[in-house]
Write a protein that binds this ligand. Structure first.
Ligand code: UDX
Length: 461
């Protein structure tokens, strides 16, 4: 098979690993990202456990990284379109609809450059019926003899566990038009995955079902978290314990135990964006009740973050002005350096508004990213101004030195294993820990002397 052109690191690395007969070329216009993928010391542009070993095994063999997009398109039989689809910031649907500008640009480029027939695969999460727009663009601009089949193949991997999710996925979903040509294209892509995914896990459906399923899966996962987080507020008010409630509820096999961990709020590049997308779709289809239902999942998430910050202020005797707060974790979840929609950004903004001094530590997120996120969150304040209130520490121990309170925003394993006795010795007293991730051993910390407040537990000190 000729090369596959893509822009989706872990997925394509795994395809290259499992399909030595396929040449995979990842093309990206961003030179520095491509340089990082090609770097001799394997300093890859994303942190994902297990990824570097696969790149080491395949790079230069059947996995290539390049900025030569046109060559990539020309050589490929199958092209994954894996570009950003951020929420629109202005114009019709601002704040809800997906910005499909990059999808359109990539599609137009394929039509302009391709000299042979291709299978074009939507990998980016897109609103229902985007494939139809892609098809119209390709048909209107293609050269004679070039036939394009469009497939939808949404990506279900989660960050931090991407390689495992790709190696043994719950399912691979491929949507196609139900024409003979559409089904043939679908089979070609299914054959790629069949190199390592059992046949019964490769689901083939209609194009629109596939597009909608991705939004639906993310909306339902996020809805579980908002449901458990709503219950965590009731637990805090009644003395029930959210971990016990989640355990008891999750034991019902119809509910199941996963995605019931209460937290300071979900983040990441997908959940909020995809739900807002679904809200917009519902409104466009004149289904206001459906739109309101899904919107509430995002509103509850915002409420959870506000509620947590308020608890910090209330507990610290109704003021945190001038007080030092250590924020442990900046990534939106553990085992990733990604900060998109991370709850930590919102919490720190709240603490800034209360004029606290904040010290942040995260084991993976680079400093420049933290400054960029905090600047974006407070566009009216200069970075110099932000740096007067916020600083970044090189370790958890240093972040906590002389702090009044510790806020755990990301569930990094190393936070469970810090030398809590030493942390306590170096903090102002009373020393508070606000656990937004149900991570620490509350009893152990209480014995040391900490006053511990966890999401979904009443006053625990
Ligand atoms: C998600 C989907 O899981 C994945 O299938 C899809 O392809 C992309 O979006 P991701 O955003 O990488 O993946 O991470 P995920 O593990 O789903 O976590 C999202 C957020 O929810 C994180 O902030 C996480 O900390 C939070 N979360 C998750 C909870 O608060 N409680 C839980 O029980 C699970």
């Amino acid at each position: 098979m000729a090369p596959v052109v893509v822009k989706s690191g872990p997925t394509c690395a795994v395809i290259a690993l499992k399909c030595p007969n396929i040449k995979v070329t990842i093309v990206d216009l961003n030179q520095s990202r491509v340089d990082a993928w090609n770097s001799s010391d394997f300093a890859l542009p994303i942190y994902e456990p297990g990824l570097v070993d696969i790149v080491k095994a395949c790079r230069g063999r059947n996995l290539f990284f390049s900025t030569d997009v046109d060559k990539g398109i020309q050589e490929a039989d199958l092209i994954f379109v894996s570009v950003n689809t951020p929420t629109k910031k202005s114009g019709v649907g601002a704040g809800f609809a997906a910005d499909l500008n990059y999808v359109e640009l990539a599609t137009r480029r394929i039509a302009a450059v391709a000299t042979t027939s291709k299978i074009v695969v939507e990998k980016s999460t897109v609103p229902c019926r985007t494939a139809e727009s892609m098809r119209t663009i390709l048909d209107a601009n293609s050269k004679k003899g070039c036939d394009f089949q469009i497939l939808s193949n949404p990506e279900f991997l989660a960050e931090g566990t991407a390689i495992n999710d790709l190696l043994s996925p719950d399912r691979v979903l491929i949507g196609s038009l139900q024409t003979p040509e559409g089904r043939d294209a679908c089979e070609s892509l299914a054959n790629v995955y069949a190199h390592w995914v059992p046949k019964e896990r490769i689901l083939t459906v209609g194009l629109w079902s596939s597009e909608l399923s991705k939004l639906a899966a993310n909306a339902m996962l996020a809805q579980r978290i908002s449901s458990i987080n709503a219950l965590s507020a009731i637990c805090e008010a009644t003395g029930a314990n959210i971990d016990e409630v989640a355990y008891a509820v999750g034991k019902d096999s119809r509910v199941g135990p996963k995605f019931l961990k209460a937290s300071v709020g979900f983040g990441g590049s997908c959940f909020q964006k995809d739900i807002l997308n679904l809200v917009y779709l519902s409104e466009s289809l004149h289904l206001p009740e459906v739109a309101a239902y899904w919107k509430q999942v995002v509103q509850l998430n915002e409420y959870q973050k506000r509620r947590f910050s308020k608890r910090v202020v209330d507990t610290l005797f109704n003021t945190i002005t001038g007080k030092k707060i250590a924020v442990l974790g900046f990534a939106f979840k553990a085992d990733t350096g990604d900060t998109r929609e991370s709850a930590a950004i919102t919490l720190i903004k709240h603490f800034q508004e209360e004029r606290a001094r904040v010290v942040v530590y995260d084991p993976q997120v680079v400093e420049s990213q933290i400054w960029m996120d905090l600047s974006e969150a407070s566009p009216d304040i200069s970075l110099d101004q932000i740096k007067k209130q916020v600083s970044i520490a090189p370790s958890a121990l240093e972040a906590c030195h002389n702090a009044e309170a510790i806020v755990i925003a990301t569930e990094w394993k190393e936070f469970r294993e810090i030398n809590w006795e030493l942390v306590y010795a170096n903090m102002n007293k009373p020393a508070f820990v606000f656990d937004g991730r149900l991570l620490v051993d509350v009893e152990k910390l209480k014995q040391i002397g900490f006053k511990v407040m966890s999401i979904g537990r009443g006053d625990t000190y």
